[in-house]
Design a binder for this molecule. Structure first.
Ligand SMILES: CSC[C@H]1O[C@H](OP(=O)(O)O)[C@H](O)[C@@H]1O
Length: 348
């Protein structure tokens, strides 16, 4: 059973502190929306679907603590809770998808006793978490057929169980392929500067007994050229209506290299990561994180003081470089505008 990074119990969630992996497995309890927001911003919890799950519980905890006379006052305060959570990180659309889902649930219950609304919002957060793992398993089944027996698959960052409510998106496809009896090995880009590949993907795959080889980000091209990689699979933080994909910084470079070497480049993501409100990837906000993530590795300084630093946490891969988008509703290829729209029509 792969790890679930967020677990609800007795009115609180506990989340594994992903900043401390792989050397320490520390779980932290959260009972209020302010601390959940800080956990998202500081990347205790990270990964688009996992951020959505955490935010849903944040709204439920915020609702629990609102003292209001009527629904109007209650909902106005709930909007402030959502605004605090929305301000944590800008790129992963699952955050905003989850907040919208919780707001919608609250509006549907307008007129009900406030305690009933508070209970239903907690139930909605629990549903978001449970559904996410089921979605990932369905995505895995659709994607597993694309992974040949014996394949050596490169992945970038961590789109595994740690990035979701459980099982993973890109790594969920790997898990499903292995569970179907195929022999699959993974090459994990370390993924500078936050090192999600080295610290998280390598940890969770090794823990699950799936063969994983850690490489530096700058090795992918040479290993492709040497014929040591058969394909690429990554997650996503936001997919535009035309199939452009925002994902961890470095994903675009991997996609260009895969195209150069004639390798398939797959993106695994749930429908909650597809943002139909934006036409293309140029409209996706790209988070710029603190320079210290680049200049330091823990307490060790890697670069001179006072130099200029860029630290965009994501980049955008044009749809033309994407071989297929794997979702819980099936695999989309080619005409992503039509294909993604069809998924939503089917998924009413
Ligand atoms: C399954 S979504 C995982 C996605 O999220 C990661 O970003 P971060 O670790 O900064 O939250 C990365 O882009 C992964 O592909």
């Amino acid at each position: 059973m792969s790890i679930r990074p967020i677990e609800y119990r007795d009115g609180a969630i506990r989340m594994i502190d992903q900043r401390l992996l792989p050397t320490q497995e520390v779980w932290i309890r959260y009972r209020d929306y302010q601390s959940v927001a800080e956990a998202i911003r500081s990347m205790v919890v990270r990964g688009a679907p996992a951020i959505g799950v955490a935010a849903a519980f944040g709204v439920a905890f915020g609702a629990r603590d609102i003292a209001a006379a009527g629904f109007g006052e209650f909902y106005a305060e709930l909007e402030k809770v959502c605004a605090t959570l929305a301000a944590t990180r800008p790129t992963a659309v699952n955050l905003f998808w989850a907040l919208d889902r919780m707001r919608t649930r609250a509006r549907q219950l307008a007129g009900s006793p406030l305690d009933d609304i508070r209970t239903e919002l907690l139930n909605e957060a629990l549903a978001v978490a449970a559904e996410d793992e089921a979605i990932n398993r369905a995505m895995g089944r659709h994607g597993a057929v694309l992974i040949p027996d014996g394949a050596r698959i490169l992945t970038h960052c961590n789109a595994g169980a740690l990035a979701t409510g459980g099982y993973g998106t890109a790594l969920g496809v790997i898990r499903a392929a292995v569970e179907s009896g195929k022999s699959v090995s993974v090459l994990a880009d370390e993924t500078r500067p936050f090192l999600q590949g080295a610290r998280l993907t390598a940890w969770e795959l090794h823990k699950d007994g799936i063969p994983v080889t850690l490489i530096c980000d700058n090795m992918a091209g040479a290993l492709m050229r040497q014929g040591e990689i058969d394909g690429v699979i990554v997650g996503a933080d936001r997919i535009a209506a035309n199939g452009d994909v925002a994902n961890k910084i470095g994903t675009y470079s991997v996609a260009v290299l895969a195209r150069e070497h004639g390798l398939p480049f797959y993106v695994a993501a749930p429908l909650s990561t597809i943002d139909r409100n934006i036409a293309d990837g140029d409209q996706i906000p790209i988070e710029e994180r603190d320079a210290i993530e680049v200049t330091h590795c823990g307490a060790t300084r890697l670069a001179p003081e006072g130099i200029r630093v860029r630290n965009p946490a994501f980049d955008v891969t044009p749809a033309r470089l994407v071989t297929a988008i794997i979702t819980e509703r099936g695999v989309v290829r080619g005409d992503y505008v039509a294909g993604l729209a069809q998924l939503f029509r089917e998924h009413r």
